[in-house]
Design a protein around this ligand. Structure first.
Ligand SMILES: [Zn+2]
Length: 485
């Protein structure tokens, strides 16, 4: 979309495209703007959008192709979620892809559901250029940006593709970081040089990635005691990523991983802290704060698993707005509940309401650790950036769009104040990704990715569900036209 943006700037000079077609204009009248400092501008303003660009903000009057009355309403930048996974439809079984219809219904609605809940930019933390270009060719879709994911041999998550030999021929293999501590695991003719940080970072940048993601995860479930990268490797990765102005994301959700992060000075921790070694976390969180490492809380990763056992999940209006009814029906069916059985087989013999209660108790400890972590992050003013990890696993409770909205609510419920939340959803993410001159704020010359809200999001978190109009690249879309139902 950078190219159309540049084109548009050229077009702005004469209000005409280079091909001669006339520019499209939209005027939003008398609207209350919330700026990037999460402050209400005192006087309502008029905003003129020419094609994709916010052309003028002030107390002027002018003709326009479309006029939108903003009286009593709030205008905010489109939301940015910097932790999503765009490929696939959550909760569908890999072996049931034969059910093409569900796959199609889901794939068609997913970009719209992101927009429905106000997300106009999403960052896929593990994608590649051809997929993202295809995604961005859709008109009714948030703009997608992506990171290249780099793991080590036998490490998380590439270990899920099988033995070393299968890993080396898997899709992630071309971006495997060479791990000198496992030198005897590689074939004799392995091209080591092509798997050193410098080479991989430059390759990722050239292909169009804007960031790098790597992992510190010793494993869970059936995969435990996995190898993790050493300090030298990730320090080197950070060095080359910085040279290319690419933030380095680290998958980290334990005190071990946070400790590792503080010694490697990565840019972002892609998860909240939910596995504690029992030590006092305050000194650790202070370190994270001092080094300007940003954190994504991803609260719905844990909540979403628990929500699978909540039989009222599909009764909300939001769920029906985000998820096509064909998928809801399948998710509710015996086969749609497959992942629940993997999470907890014994609890399923209990009555419905008992299941939820029992699982709540089982998850209580993780929630307590997570909440403690959030409070410590807030106390130490760690830079929180909004990332929801949509979806973190094959679970329908993290359906795109809906999950972002649930994550927003979870942040507020866990004690993040509404100003911080607003900035995390907009300007802080834009700054992290280096796109703050284009999106994340409402200023003349910026891309018109905007939300017109009926309520004030600095007063009530439910305001994020009061969207009237979504503007993507200057195109005004009535929210209800994006709903699944
Ligand atoms: Zn993720």
């Amino acid at each position: 979309m950078f190219t159309t943006y540049t084109l548009r700037l050229i077009g702005l000079l004469g209000l005409y495209f280079t091909n001669g077609s006339q520019a499209e204009t939209t005027l939003i009248k008398n609207v209350t703007i919330i700026n990037e400092y999460a402050e209400l501008l005192e006087q309502p303003k008029n905003i003129l959008i020419i094609d994709e660009i916010i052309s003028k903000i002030g107390n002027f009057d002018t003709q326009a192709d479309h006029i939108i009355d903003g009286q009593g309403k709030y205008l905010i930048p489109g939301l940015i979620d910097s932790h999503v996974h765009l490929k696939g439809v959550p909760g569908l079984r890999v072996d049931s892809v034969k059910d093409q219809e569900l796959q199609r219904d889901g794939a068609k609605q997913i970009p719209r559901s992101y927009l429905y809940f106000g997300f106009t930019t999403v960052l896929d933390l593990a994608s590649y250029s051809s997929f993202v270009s295809q995604w961005n060719a859709q008109v009714y879709a948030p703009e997608a940006l992506y990171c290249t994911a780099m793991s080590i041999l036998n490490g998380y998550p590439i270990v899920y593709s099988g033995e070393a030999a299968s890993q080396l021929s898997s899709p992630m293999a071309s971006y495997l970081l060479y791990d000198k501590n496992q030198s005897d695991e590689y074939p004799a003719d392995y091209p080591v040089k092509e798997h050193l940080p410098e080479h991989l970072v430059k390759k990722a940048k050239k292909e169009g990635a804007i960031c790098i993601k790597t992992f510190y995860e010793k494993g869970f479930g059936v995969k435990k005691n996995l190898p993790v990268p050493d300090l030298d490797l990730i320090r080197e990765l950070k060095l080359y990523a910085s040279q290319e102005n690419m933030p380095l994301f680290l998958h980290a959700n334990s005190t071990d991983a946070y400790q590792f992060a503080s010694q490697t000075n990565v840019s972002v921790l892609a998860h909240g802290l939910w596995h504690s070694n029992g030590n006092d976390i305050k000194p650790l969180i202070k370190d994270i704060a001092h080094q300007d490492i940003s954190v994504q809380l991803t609260l719905t990763v844990v909540e979403g698993e628990l929500d699978l056992f909540d039989h009222s999940f599909f009764s909300s209006e939001e769920a029906h707005s985000a998820i096509p009814s064909s998928l809801i029906n399948w998710y509710k069916s015996e086969s749609g509940q497959w992942f629940k059985k993997i999470l907890s087989s014994n609890v399923l013999n209990l009555q419905n309401n008992k299941q939820h209660e029992t699982m709540k108790k089982k998850y209580d400890h993780v929630f307590q650790t997570l909440r403690k972590g959030v409070h410590s992050l807030l106390e130490n003013n760690v830079n929180l950036v909004f990332g929801s990890d949509t979806p973190s696993g094959p679970i329908y409770t993290q359906f795109p769009g809906l999950n972002g909205f649930r994550e927003i609510q979870a942040w507020a419920r866990t004690g993040v104040d509404l100003k911080t939340l607003f900035k995390s959803l907009t300007i802080r993410n834009a700054e992290l990704l280096g796109v703050q001159n284009r999106i994340g704020a409402i200023r003349e010359g910026m891309q018109a990715d905007l939300l017109l809200l009926n309520e004030n999001p600095l007063v009530d978190v439910q305001a994020y569900n009061s969207i009237q109009t979504v503007f993507i690249d200057g195109l005004a879309i009535d929210r209800e036209s994006l709903a699944a139902k």
